[in-house]
Design a protein around this ligand. Structure first.
Ligand code: ADP
Ligand code: ASP
Ligand code: MG
Length: 405
């Protein structure tokens, strides 16, 4: 088999951990498999590098320099792992994203992969080598280094697995797999044996950082066999798979598969906006043109003075940019609140059952938690609440849907 293994920040957090990773890679190689390893930077390194840049530049610049800086963390771990493996008598070679043939657009700090030329990796595998690839990075056609957005090593792993037609892509992290919610928030959370791509995509997009959302999207598209598991034990992980594989004969599928908490949210409220056709279109077009990700939107019209108030959420690191865009005189006042979080309930069972949403609302009401905004999709309900109630809301919902069972 050809196996792609990705090790996250805590899994390569120090030299002892890299030693442990080397042992696991060797065990896989000794079992007769071809192995490609994708590594993250040591935990905390990417954040530290961003802080260094902010020392000089204030707000994080989305520049080629920034990506030269950020890509360095993953190069350290990939080369160290290769050195460790070679010192143990195993043939290994380390590649930057560029050397591995990962070609991206030039959207620095959040580049998209447009192609992978796997020739160099295939050549090394043919020579019996273990291939180590620095995650989270690639290069433009012109050779400029790029990075893929936070958590992007998951995406590197899935993309490499897809390009090399790997039999399996294992994501090693610090939890045993995908749980019904973040086990750091709810210790009663339960590990799932399987979850569908679509549910995992919603959970990841709604803040469950165990897998980066773009990696799940790509895994679904390329039909990559994806497993998340722990690098700290040998427990079986969670298989992320197509919906058809989820059905157990003679059994009903779980209604709800998980709850996610997204703390990276800010709410922008524009009051006194003129209420006439085209106003909202104009505002959201300007935000889209600046590449600002607007998520939930709410509008309240006041019949007395013919104005409306418009609220929407954006990621926290885009809130100042959003303020600059909407502060053009079209509203009487603009207020920004970053003390909010988004709690989401995800499950394919929602498609065929009623009463799921009302249960979410009443369980938050029972805890005295006010819901500021709501949005739903076929398999998801999201609610914006005050930040201080976020974890309480997760636990209340986890209990209401009996996810511990
Ligand atoms: P890595 O550095 O290995 O990429 P991350 O920190 O990005 O790891 O992701 C793993 C973390 O995701 C866990 O430590 C856990 O706290 C968090 N997490 C959030 N939601 C979930 C969930 N539903 N299941 C498992 N872990 C989750
Ligand atoms: N090191 C990068 C980050 O912290 C990429 C990753 O770990 O996946 O975002
Ligand atoms: Mg991660």
């Amino acid at each position: 088999m050809l196996i792609v293994q990705k090790y996250g920040g805590t899994s390569v957090g120090n030299l002892e951990r890299i030693e442990e990773v080397a042992k696991r890679v060797i065990a896989t190689k000794d079992a007769g498999h071809d192995v490609v390893v994708v590594v993250s930077a040591m935990s905390g390194v990417t954040n530290q590098l961003i802080e260094y840049a902010e020392h000089f530049a204030g707000v994080q610049p989305q520049s080629a320099d920034m990506d030269m800086l950020l890509s360095s963390g993953e190069r350290v771990t990939s080369s160290l792992l290769s050195i460790a493996l070679n010192s143990k008598g195993y043939k290994a070679v380390s590649f930057s994203g560029d050397m591995a043939g990962i070609i991206t657009n030039n959207d620095f700090t959040k580049a998209r992969i447009i192609d992978i030329d796997g020739a160099k990796m295939k050549e090394a595998l043919k020579d019996g080598k273990i291939v180590i690839v620095a995650g989270f990075q690639g290069a433009t056609k012109d050779g400029d280094t790029t990075t893929l957005g936070r958590g992007g090593s998951d995406l590197s792993a899935v993309a490499v697995a897809g390009a090399l037609k790997a039999d399996l892509c294992e994501i090693y992290t610090d939890v045993d797999g995908v749980y019904t919610t973040d086990p750091r928030i709810e210790p009663k959370a339960r590990k799932l044996d399987k979850i569908s791509y679509d549910e995992m995509l919603e959970l990841a997009s709604m803040g469950a950082k165990v897998l980066q959302n773009r990696s799940v999207e790509l895994a679904k598209k390329l039909k990559v066999n994806l497993v998340t598991r722990s690098s700290f034990n040998n427990n079986e992980g969670t298989l992320i798979t197509g919906e058809a594989d989820m059905e157990k004969p003679g059994m009903e599928q779980a209604l709800i598969s998980g709850i996610a908490l997204d703390k990276n949210q800010a709410r922008v409220t524009m009051r006194g906006v003129v209420d006439k056709p085209g106003v909202a279109a104009g505002i959201f077009k300007k935000l889209a043109d600046k590449n600002i990700n607007v998520d939930m939107i709410i509008q309240n019209t006041s019949h007395e003075d013919g104005t409306t108030s418009l609220g929407f959420t954006v990621p926290q690191n885009e809130m100042e940019a959003a303020r600059n865009v909407v502060d053009d005189g079209s509203a009487k006042s603009i207020e920004i609140d970053s003390e909010v979080v988004k709690v989401s309930v995800v499950g394919v069972g929602m498609k065929s059952h009623s009463g799921i949403a009302s249960m979410a609302f009443s369980s938050l009401a029972n805890e005295g938690i006010n819901i500021q905004m709501i949005s739903t999709s076929e398999i998801k309900i999201s609610m914006i609440v005050e930040a201080k109630y976020g974890e309480l809301a997760v636990r209340a919902l986890h209990k209401a849907y009996e996810l511990e069972k």
